[in-house]
Design a protein around this ligand. Structure first.
Ligand code: HEM
Length: 354
């Protein structure tokens, strides 16, 4: 017996074609959004890949600032910040902090004296359930003006065999030589406890009346700086910063004053390579107290992503393009290192010398 196609089956053909066409358009849209069709577009993955040294990244570690030491402590807020922001962290009180001293290197085994840029990352938690994360540097301004320029810098510095690569980069990025000069000349201290750390990126604080102000912030050490001569620095051990801060905190809590700097109208808020003039309004909002050094390997920082866009109510991002770019890149780095957990050393590296 011959089975005839039902009228319905015959009529469905155009519908299938239409469904297939819609699916193709959706797939194309996803492909475009993922950046696979725009080869020049800067994606978070490209940014993170650009940190990778020739032998590949250190698996399981942060893709930048891979070397560091975790700590816990508190933020003692003096209430002065409440005039700028309604975030609970600025009301008088003592709030829990998890943080990390770190070095701007992709190599978790790098020798401390060889790394120029030091960082301080903080995660503040308040009883209202808010969280504020910030990751700062000891530099007074950032190396470049835009995330695209930062990508170009990473690419140029990877071309170790091409003596012209950095020259060409510097010529195309007039803001960069100033950072280069800081790298070459800024004094180096004997301790993380003696360093000032700066947000560099700008953010917006919103007060209880809804008024908004663009700010940056700094954590200024209360410890007297001991400047190391280049020779003294060379003689320090490969892990001297970590050993020093561990010993120092063991002897007593270490403190930094938090200073909020308020922009004047017209200040460059979207460009962290441009420092604001010194005379800007400054508000001292409290004191960071570092009271315990925690293990880096399996401590509370391991699974923390110090994403600078995690902000409480009363703070939000500004027109500075970096925090969004950083957030996206840190997520890629975090996902990769979390997936590589089996490669991450779960005890302190053997043979680590002070
Ligand atoms: C587009 C520019 C930038 C990119 C692509 C970038 C990328 C990264 C990546 C991939 C990490 C590791 C994140 C993780 O695995 O958790 C990291 C960490 C860090 N970055 Fe950036 N960064 C940028 C700009 C900045 C700026 C402007 C600052 C400071 C103002 C900064 C300070 C830090 C610090 C202190 C850490 C260590 C965070 C931690 O302790 O986990 N970075 N960065």
């Amino acid at each position: 017996m011959q089975v005839k196609p039902t009228p319905n089956a015959r009529n469905n053909a155009p519908a299938y074609v239409l469904i297939a066409a819609i699916a193709a358009v959706v797939a194309l849209a996803f492909t475009y959004t993922a950046g696979w069709l725009s080869f020049d577009r800067l994606t978070p993955a490209k940014l993170v890949n650009a940190f990778s040294p020739p032998g590949g990244p250190a698996l399981g570690f942060r893709r930048n600032h891979a070397k560091g030491i975790c700590f816990t402590g508190t933020f003692e807020s003096n209430g002065a910040g409440a005039s700028l922001s309604k975030a609970q962290i600025f009301t008088v009180g003592t709030y829990r902090v998890v943080g990390r001293f770190n070095l701007g290197t992709v190599d978790p085994t790098a020798a401390d004296p060889t790394i120029r840029v030091r960082g301080l990352s903080l995660d503040f938690v308040t009883p209202d359930g808010s969280e504020w994360r910030t990751a700062m540097l000891d530099a007074p301004f950032f190396a470049v003006s835009t995330p695209q320029s930062f990508y170009a810098l990473l690419q140029a510095s990877a071309k170790k065999d091409d003596p012209n690569a950095m020259k060409i980069f510097a010529a195309a990025h007039p803001e960069f030589p100033k950072f280069g000069a800081w790298v070459m000349s800024a004094p180096r201290t004997a301790s993380y406890a003696q360093d000032q750390f700066n947000s560099l990126n700008s953010f917006v604080l919103v007060d209880a009346k809804g008024e908004q102000r663009v700010v940056r912030w700094s954590f200024v050490p209360t410890a007297e700086p001991q400047i190391l001569t280049p020779d003294e620095l060379k003689q320090r051990g490969p892990n001297f910063l970590e050993s020093e801060i561990t010993q120092r905190v063991h002897g007593g809590p270490q403190r930094w004053k938090m200073i909020v700097i308020v922009a004047n109208p017209g200040d460059p808020t979207a460009d962290p390579s441009k420092a604001w003039p010194e005379d800007r309004r400054k508000v001292e909002t409290g004191t960071l107290v570092v009271s315990a050094i925690e293990p880096e390997a399996d401590g509370p920082c391991r699974d923390l992503n110090f994403d600078p866009t995690i902000l409480p109510v009363g703070m939000h991002v500004s027109d500075d393009p970096f925090p969004a770019a950083r957030s996206a890149a840190y997520a890629v780095s975090f996902n990769r290192r979390a997936a590589e957990n089996k490669y991450y050393p779960h005890t302190p590296a053997e043979g680590a010398k002070p």
